[in-house]
Design a binder for this molecule. Structure first.
Ligand code: ARG
Length: 250
């Protein structure tokens, strides 16, 4: 009889042990309830610091998407040219950083459906003799390292490309007369121009680009979930609402 009780106790303990195991398994799964998001918070109004907090259109979008798919978000700020690598290595689940869909990037990550259309623009000093894209030939152009602006600048005949870690650093170099122009995305350009009255944006802009969320190549399940919630956010008007919160109509 004693033996039998011992046995019972043992199996009960074993049972506890196993369920203990599975509950720690559940904890493991709950770690996956957090979406690790790579960004570069140097890009107002999409991602930037406000009172030590990263805010912006992209941040609101990814939070809304995460909420919709029942996940929390953890934002990781890093150099812009590390965002794609961080997803590839699995350190981050997704990247949202005003990322333009490009053929090159598609070799390394998948992209969600686009959530924004925009363009690269040129910023110059007030009274500059550069009045059109064509005038950029043989001049020095500042860009944020690894951006599509960087690629456009490289294609300008005879131009010298100066690469900065932050768009704002390129703007500062321009204002100090170290470079002749900056190529950068339109909405950040508008923010920088509005903050500095000695610089201006050319009317002419480059081809249309689309921003999307980058996701690991093998993570098709997440890709589908994200696409479904982006569709929902589009249809419900939530995406527009988020953009309107940060971009004042012209
Ligand atoms: N749209 C450009 C690109 O994809 C610039 C993005 C820069 N984003 C940022 N968070 N700094 O290359």
């Amino acid at each position: 009889m004693k033996k039998f009780i011992k046995y019972l106790l043992l199996t009960a303990c074993l049972g506890l042990f196993i369920s203990g195991c599975s509950s720690s398994g559940a904890d493991g799964a709950s770690a996956k309830d957090t979406l690790i998001v790579a960004t570069n918070a140097e890009f107002p109004p999409y991602e930037y610091y406000e009172n030590n907090e990263i805010v912006g259109i992209d941040i609101d979008i990814i939070k809304a998407v995460a909420e919709d798919i029942g996940m929390k978000v953890q934002i990781e700020d890093m150099a812009f040219d590390s965002v794609i690598a961080s997803i590839q290595s699995g350190k981050s689940d997704v990247g949202i950083a005003g990322l333009t869909i490009t053929e090159d990037r598609l070799e390394n990550v998948n992209f969600s459906i686009p959530y924004t259309e925009t363009q690269q623009v040129v910023i110059v000093n007030e009274n500059s003799d550069i009045v059109a894209i064509d005038d950029l030939k043989n001049r020095s152009i500042g860009v944020q390292l690894g951006t599509t602006g960087d690629i456009f600048a490289e294609d300008v005949e005879g131009a010298t490309v100066e690469r900065y870690n932050k768009g704002m650093e390129a703007i500062q170099a321009l204002r100090q007369g170290k470079i002749d122009a900056v190529i950068i995305d339109k909405e950040p350009a508008k923010v920088f121009v509005s903050q500095n009255n000695d610089i201006e944006m050319l009317d002419e802009d480059f081809v249309v680009e689309e921003y999307a969320i980058a996701i690991g190549k093998d993570n098709t399940e997440l890709l589908e979930k994200i696409n479904a919630s982006l569709e929902k956010l589009k249809d419900s008007g939530k995406l527009k609402e988020i953009a309107d919160k940060y971009i004042t109509a012209e």
